[in-house]
Design a protein around this ligand. Structure first.
Ligand code: 0L1
Ligand code: MG
Length: 255
């Protein structure tokens, strides 16, 4: 299959809400580099339909998730304006295949991210941060895929529920605590250092990747730094809340 055919099949799976078999499971394997080319084709098609780039997400930032997929590095995908929602948000299950949410810390860039930067530089160029749910919804059956498959599928990005944006002044993002509740019961908790030791380290990682492919992020873009806990699958009627120290909370209701 050509890159264009793979991107078209993934785009159709997302539009029709019909999950497909992973390409690696049907002898159509491709390299990670090719997967990022396919990902860009998929995102370009969305931009061609009138969506605007809003930023990037970084995924598989915990060692546990990387091991599950046999990986040793994070991945990134693109976010568009149509994916963004404000908390409290409703997630309509009929608009997704098998959505899951994970709590994350998001960054708003005060200046462009156009070169590889260190953690300190990330913090200096960040205007605000926010707590968020990333909604992931793999276009592959049963979330079964290899690393290149998931990269081509824009790393399962589906939506983002954004909490209040707050200043970074005085915040220690690595120490921020997150309590994840489903219908009022805590199901997981974590601190910011679950994301590569510091959420800004994930932003530093993606700055190097974006510089390599020549796709800088303009000021005002958002960067989701990666999940703090495991995913929670959404079932109709669920109210999922993530309460963060210093960042407030974010709420998603599954309809
Ligand atoms: O960490 C993430 O944002 C998930 C990336 C894709 C893996 C998945 O869909 O489970
Ligand atoms: Mg994520």
């Amino acid at each position: 299959m050509t890159n264009e055919e793979i991107a078209a099949e993934l785009g159709q799976a997302a539009r029709n809400l019909e999950p497909i078999r992973a390409f690696s499971a049907r002898d159509e394997a491709f390299s990670i580099e090719t997967a990022y080319d396919i990902q860009w084709l998929l995102v370009s098609a969305r931009l061609g339909d009138g969506e605007q780039l809003a930023g990037v997400k970084i995924g598989l930032t915990s060692l546990a998730k990387q091991r599950q997929l046999g990986l040793d590095a994070p991945v990134y995908g693109w976010l568009t304006d149509r994916m963004l929602k404000r908390s409290p948000a409703s997630i309509r299950l009929v608009e997704h295949i098998h959505p899951r949410v994970e709590p994350e810390i998001g960054f708003v860039l005060g200046t462009a991210l156009d070169k590889p930067v260190t953690v300190d530089e990330v913090l200096a160029l960040t205007s605000e941060v926010f707590c968020a749910f990333e909604v992931v919804d793999s276009r592959y059956q049963d979330f079964k895929f290899g690393m290149a498959d998931v990269v081509a599928d824009n790393t399962s990005a589906a939506a983002v529920v954004m909490g209040q944006q707050v200043s970074t002044a005085g915040l220690d993002l690595a120490a921020i605590c997150c309590s994840l509740k489903v219908n009022g019961m805590e199901v997981a908790s974590a601190t910011g250092d679950a994301v590569l030791g510091h959420p800004a380290a994930a932003v530093g990682w993606v700055s190097g990747r974006l510089a390599l492919v020549g796709r800088p992020l303009p000021a005002g873009s958002i960067v989701l730094s990666g999940g703090l806990t495991d995913f929670v699958p959404l079932t109709a009627g669920d109210v999922v809340e993530a309460i963060f120290s210093d960042l407030g909370s974010v709420v998603a209701r599954a309809l």
